[in-house]
Structures are given as structure tokens and as C-alpha cells.
Design a protein around this ligand. Structure first.
Ligand code: P1T
Length: 387
């Protein structure tokens, strides 16, 4: 079946009534193995690390949402990234954006770098400048856009023109945007990676990762690694994400409405310093975001004019509705302190170079009523400055 529109895909793609009972919801195939009639004679399923019907449905759904041919799921977002990196070899070079999730930075620098893969972290706001870092050893450009936590927007089409010219791969971590807002494969990327934990799951109840591609050879290597290295998700988690995806378009609409309202409120507040949100005209990536995204999402970062770390911490402690927690993309609003939480594994001097201040506050704006979120922000900021 071909689904034309995103909402219809979110509800239906990959999901067929269960062949044995007609159950409209894909069952949780909680089994480790499948009985064979005769050795090698089976129904397409042998062992649950290799294949699982609940996972199959989710993989097909994710591929459809990203306009890709192939989808694969992994135990976490980092397990998906680990799989992509395992296809590289000692001596290979990867050019990466210098602002990215701290765990991805840690995986690259402390796990893969010692195996002889070189990672070059560079700013990518001016996409053309990336070409100067390409050498005959470059195998991949790794883009996260919008970036975590500074919301830098990277021009995927322009980077793709460079990677195509030099015959290197382009991977885009599409976690912050989601396929509802941005489809990197359509813009020239070879590989899309997701922390499914976030908006795709959408309810803060599971961790998972995914890879989507149109490249059959890459798909075969990642699928091989899914079985050979075994970083697969369980069927219960696949079920939860399948359920989450059915409302992705509805949730994202409200995340975008609330994200914009929060960013605009912060921008006009006299106690607020910088606001990082790609939907603000003052944001340096606004024009690129308008070109490559359908809306601007629910992630907002900001600093206070009083730039002391203690004031930022007090503000975080003052929130009532925004819960202080790692992660993002759930229906409920969260707040965090990247320097000591999600990005603590990036050395302070590297954080400074990319512009990540120790007083930065990051918000994952949920789908609650906008007025309640603004009221909570207002009281948290204003009472921190009084204390
Ligand atoms: O947590 P995991 O599912 O392994 O995904 C890692 C990951 C990859 N890419 C991006 C852009 C991410 O934000 C993450 C995880 N991020 C958080 C836990 C966080 O709070 O930023």
C-alpha cells in the first residue's frame, strides 16, 4: 500500500492485521525462538535476535516515515550509532558537527577513536566550510540537526552536495526534528539515525534506536550487525513505539506550538539572555530551518542575563511542571542542565569551543496547555532572580 500523507503513514504504515487472529494491533511476540518443521524449514523466523514480527512491523513503519526503503531497530540510539561506526575501519575519518549529544561524542572519542577511527569536530553552520576537512581518508560526514543542545541548524542539502562530490557517506541524526519535520534522505543523506527513545516513542517509557536508508548494501551490513553483534530491542519496546508513532503527527503539532510560544516568551523576558530556537527569526539558522523543516519542534535552550551557574541551577530547581530529567521528546515537559547532565562527558574546553555555556538551560517542551508552561517558566525564572 502507498500512503500519501504523513498522518496516514503514522497510523497505518508497516502494520497489518495479525495473520493468525486478525488482531488490529501488532501483538507483542514475546518469544526467543520459533519452532521449525524440519531443519531450515520454517515460517521465516528462527531466533528472536535475528527476526521478530513486532520488530519487523516497527522497522517497516520507521522506513515509511523517513521515505526510506529499509529500517532497522536497535536497543538504544547509541546502539544504532555504534552499528553505523562498526562498518568503518582503522584509518577512516569522520567529520562531525562540533555540537552534538554528549553520549555520541563519548562513543566516538572513547570507544571508536582508540580503534583508529579519527573524528574531526567542526562547526557546520556554514555548510560550505565543511569541504576543507575532506581528505582521501574521509568516509563519512556526521550531522545532527538541529543540534543538541544549541539548536544549530545544518543545511543537509549543501552538506550532501559535498559528500556526493567526494563519494563519502552522509549520516543525519534526525532525533530532534523527527520525520514529521524533516526527511534527510529526501535532502540527499545516505543514512538517517534516530534515538527512538525521544519523539518517536513519545511517552518516556522506552529506550531504542533506529537506522533508515535507501542503500541496499548499507542495509545489508547494518542488518548483519543487528544479528551478529546483537544490539536489538525487545518486542515489548517495539510495541510501545508502534503505539507511540500512531500519534506522532498530533503530538509534534502541539510540541511545535508550545516550543514557539515558550521561545517567544523567553525572548521578550527581561531576565533572559540568549534563546536558542530555530523558529525565532533572530536564530542564525532560521532561514535554513524554514527551507528544510516543516516546523521548528519542541526543543528550546536559553541562558539568563545573570549568567551565574548557581542562578541557572536555582531556576531548574524552581520548576513545578517542567521535570528536571535527562532525555526529551515525551509528552511531558522536561528541563535539564546540559553541562552537568546530558553533555557532562564532553570536556569543558570542548564545550566552551562549541559555545555551550555552563549556565545553559535546555527545555523539552511537552504537549501540556501552553499557558501553564509559560506560567511555570515565569515563576521559575523570576523567583531564582529574587533568591
Ligand atoms: O539515549 P539513546 O536512545 O541511546 O540515544 C542517544 C542520542 C542520540 N542522538 C541524540 C540527538 C540524542 O539526543 C540522544 C540521547 N539524548 C539524551 C538522552 C538527552 O537528554 O539529550
Amino acid at each position: 500500500m502507498t500512503y500519501m500523507k504523513f498522518g496516514t503513514k503514522a497510523v497505518h504504515a508497516g502494520v497489518e492485521p495479525d495473520p493468525t487472529t486478525g488482531a488490529i494491533m501488532t501483538p507483542i511476540y514475546q518469544t526467543s525462538t520459533y519452532v521449525q518443521e524440519s531443519p531450515g524449514k520454517h515460517k521465516g523466523y528462527e531466533y528472536a535476535r535475528t527476526q521478530n514480527p513486532t520488530r519487523d512491523a516497527l522497522q517497516a513503519s520507521l522506513a515509511a516515515l523517513e521515505n526510506g526503503k529499509y529500517g532497522l531497530c536497535y536497543a538504544t540510539g547509541l546502539a544504532a550509532t555504534d552499528t553505523i561506526m562498526k562498518t568503518l575501519r582503522p584509518g577512516d575519518e569522520v567529520i562531525c558537527t562540533n555540537d552534538m549529544y554528549g553520549g555520541t561524542y563519548r562513543l566516538f572519542t572513547t570507544v571508536f577513536q582508540p580503534f583508529g577511527i579519527k573524528f574531526i569536530f567542526v562547526p557546520m553552520a556554514e555548510a560550505e566550510s565543511v569541504e576543507q576537512y575532506v581528505t582521501d581518508k574521509t568516509k563519512m560526514v556526521w550531522v545532527e540537526t538541529p543540534t543538541n543542545p544549541l539548536m544549530n541548524v545544518i543545511d543537509i542539502e549543501k552538506i550532501a552536495a559535498i559528500t556526493k562530490k567526494h563519494e563519502v557517506l552522509l549520516t543525519v541524526d534526525n532525533t530532534f526534528a523527527t520525520p514529521y519535520l524533516q526527511n534527510p534522505l529526501d535532502l540527499g543523506a545516505d543514512i538517517v539515525m534516530h534515538s527512538v527513545t525521544k519523539y518517536l516513542g513519545g511517552h518516556s517509557d522506552t529506550v531504542m534506536g533506529a537506522i533508515i536508508t535507501n542503500n541496499e548494501k548499507l542495509y545489508e551490513s547494518y542488518k548483519f550487525l543487528q544479528n551478529a553483534a546483537g544490539g536489538t530491542p525487545g518486542p515489548q519496546d517495539c510495541f510501545l513505539v508502534l503505539r507511540g508513532i500512531k500519534t506522532l503527527h498530533l503530538r509534534m503539532r502541539q510540541h511545535c506550538i508550545n516550543g514557539k510560544a515558550v521561545a517567544e516568551f523567553l525572548e521578550q523576558h527581561p531576565l533572559v539572555g540568549k534563546v536558542y530556537y530555530p523558529g525565532l527569526e533572530s536564530h542564525k539558522g532560521y532561514e535554513i530551518a524554514k527551507k528544510q523543516m516543516r516546523d521548528f519542534g519542541g526543543m528550546v535552550s536559553f541562558t539568563l542575563k545573570d549568567d551565574k551557574v548557581t542562578t541557572a541551577i536555582k531556576t531548574l530547581e524552581n520548576f513545578n511542571l517542567f521535570a528536571l530529567a535527562e532525555s526529551l521528546g515525551g509528552v511531558e515537559s522536561l528541563c535539564g542542565h546540559p553541562a552537568s547532565m546530558t553533555h557532562a562527558s564532553i570536556p569543558p574546553e570542548e564545550r566552551k569551543k562549541s559555545g555551550l555555556s555552563d549556565s545553559l538551560i535546555r527545555l523539552s517542551v511537552g504537549i501540556e496547555d501552553t499557558e501553564d508552561l509559560i506560567a511555570d517558566l515565569k515563576q521559575a525564572i523570576e523567583s531564582a532572580s529574587k533568591a
